[in-house]
Write a protein that binds this ligand. Structure first.
Ligand code: AVJ
Length: 332
């Protein structure tokens, strides 16, 4: 396979390797290019993966603890309730590959139930989170081989060589798939199928469609943590790209787009103003907005149709009694 990473870990050893940086990993100035291009286009938009610098990752962890933000809590509850059944369906001895692993807190539940896991490969763009997560996990799962991969999960084209020795079990939690459009989600699932390979299984956490009266508060919480998370994108531009955004003159805005079945987040300019980024000036009209995130919601059968269209066969789905969140087990 071309562009394949090779890494050798002695069989059966307790190894916490250094993170591997995938060849596809965005270069540091990719952030600058994405911001400059995003602010120049109409409508303005910046990809949501840039939320996750060290401070953004911390703010996201805070979001997951908010009373209004049900996804993390409900998904964790579903994993706790069904992990034994999931483990039985997945079977022992598979290498666990996690896409957009973040803090890996939910993974620990799966690892406990799975028992024999030859290696765990967390893939995330946030190098700091990966490091912290690997340390936290290695303290809880003695002898587990952890091979962190710093990469954008959406563009990862190869796994470390060691991952090809055993069958794979993919895990994509938190409804991160919701950040992708339907077309992108299909492409991602098809790429994951190629990456994980024949005989693999895939567990995907997907946020369900529900009334906007529940969705909106989840993305516009009363403590303003989601607002701080969104605004941190401008703070990050100021820190890393010599920006001079006045954060007090932008507001967080979240809406539910019923037609598209998704939450959309924006940063809205409260006044007519200009901002500098790497010496380039951008003018904002009052009420002009920067699109910063989509978070698509799927009915369970909608997601299963998408999975089928990408080559996967749904095995089983689990939902909570209030129908807030779903876990889908797929096989190739
Ligand atoms: C991490 C993408 C799943 O869409 O719910 C939380 C990110 N944005 N609050 C989501 C997020 C605002 C979250 N995902």
């Amino acid at each position: 396979m071309e562009g394949e990473l090779s890494l050798h870990v002695p069989a059966g050893s307790a190894a916490l390797s250094r993170s591997l940086r995938a060849p596809e990993t965005p270069a540091p100035d990719e952030f600058a290019e994405a911001v400059l291009a995003g602010l120049a286009r109409r409508p303005r938009s910046i990809p949501c993966r840039y939320f996750y610098d060290a401070q953004g990752s911390e703010l996201f962890e805070e979001i997951t603890k908010l009373p209004e933000y049900y996804p993390t809590r409900v998904e964790t509850m579903l994993l706790e309730a069904h992990r034994a059944e999931i483990a039985a369906l997945v079977g022992p001895g598979r290498i666990l590959v996690e896409f957009g692993s973040g803090s890996s807190r939910k993974t620990s539940l799966l690892l406990g139930a799975l028992g024999n896991v030859p290696a765990y490969i967390p893939i995330d763009i946030a190098a700091e989170s990966l490091k912290e997560a690997a340390e936290w996990l290695s303290g809880r799962h003695e002898g587990l081989t952890i091979l962190p991969l710093i990469a954008d999960f959406a563009t990862t084209r190869a796994l470390p060589k060691v991952a090809q020795r055993k069958r794979r079990f993919g895990f994509f939690s938190g409804s991160t798939i919701g950040n992708l459009t339907h077309a992108e989600a299909r492409a991602f699932l098809a790429n994951a199928a190629r990456l994980l390979g024949p005989g693999s299984v895939f567990l995907v956490g997907v946020d369900l469609k529900k009334p906007a009266s529940i969705l909106i508060p989840a993305y516009n919480d009363s403590r303003g943590v989601t607002a701080a998370f969104n605004l941190n994108l401008l703070a990050r531009i100021n820190r890393e790209l010599g920006g001079d955004f006045d954060l007090s003159r932008f507001a967080h805005h979240a809406l539910y787009n019923d037609q598209a079945g998704r939450i959309e987040m924006y940063l809205v300019s409260l006044v007519h103003q200009t901002a500098l980024v790497q010496g380039r000036e951008f003018a904002f009209a009052e009420d002009e907005r920067i699109h910063t995130e989509n978070s698509h919601k799927y009915a369970a059968d909608e997601f299963q149709a998408l999975a089928r269209a990408s080559g996967w066969t749904p095995v089983k789905a689990w939902t909570d009694p209030a129908n807030l969140f779903s876990l889908h087990l797929l096989r190739l």
